[in-house]
Design a protein around this ligand. Structure first.
Ligand SMILES: [Fe+2]
Ligand SMILES: [Fe+2]
Length: 215
């Protein structure tokens, strides 16, 4: 994940610089790519091994032009994924993790805050320059990509918490709370409608509750 994030930020830095030469975001993206490579080394150190990568791919639909695609990928990767990552890592820090896990979490948390902020900075800058409302209907697809099987799989329990793995139920709670308190208001502030995203969330919460009650 860290390695793919590094590749994605490097790509977005060049893409954004190509149509918005005055933007401070490409420099932030390049710094973030460096952070992600550091995270990769930290995680590999904890895991005792390094895993292969499939390489990052564009997240936006193929029909998008370059500027809209860069905005889509930035909102998905930074405003949603990195914002959620901050919430997850912060709640892991509040838990009773092992000291060497805590040290890594501290370093990652600090960087991820900056990665989320550069996404919001790009969205705000684009909202002032072009019509960004087309993105509202695509937020559910981005949320689905970030959530993965969060709403459908049983996931890990309490036992891996000290190694920096949140129980699935807690992770779901944090995901939902962060959407409602940070992501949705942030999107609305930039002129997008959070309504499709809210509907996506409610549908997922309903199906999770149904699955939970029937076993
Ligand atoms: Fe990271
Ligand atoms: Fe990050």
């Amino acid at each position: 994940v860290e390695r793919d994030a590094a590749l994605r930020f490097e790509r977005l830095a060049s893409e954004i610089a190509a149509f918005d030469a005055g933007s401070p975001v490409p420099a932030l993206m390049r710094k973030a790519a460096g952070d992600e490579r550091r995270h990769e080394a930290l995680c590999a150190g904890l895991a005792g091994s390094s895993m292969g990568t499939q390489g990052e791919t564009r997240l936006a639909p193929r029909s998008f032009g370059p500027r809209a695609a860069a905005l889509y990928d930035t909102v998905a990767a930074c405003c949603i994924a990195e914002t959620e990552s901050v919430a997850t890592v912060t709640s892991l820090l509040a838990a009773d993790a092992e000291p060497r896990v805590r040290a890594v979490l501290h370093e990652i948390a600090r960087d991820e805050v900056a990665h989320a902020q550069m996404g919001w900075a790009h969205l705000a800058r684009e909202a002032a320059a072009i019509d960004v409302t087309f993105l509202s209907g695509f937020i559910p697809a981005m949320l689905a990509g970030t959530a993965g099987d969060l709403f459908t799989a049983a996931g890990p329990g309490q036992d891996l918490l000290r190694f920096g793995v949140l129980p699935a139920s807690r992770k779901r709670e944090i995901f939902v709370q962060t959407l409602r308190e940070v992501v949705f208001p942030g999107l609305e502030q930039c002129g997008l409608s959070a309504r499709p995203a809210c509907e996506w969330l409610e549908a997922n919460l309903t199906s999770t509750a149904v699955a939970g009650s029937t076993g």
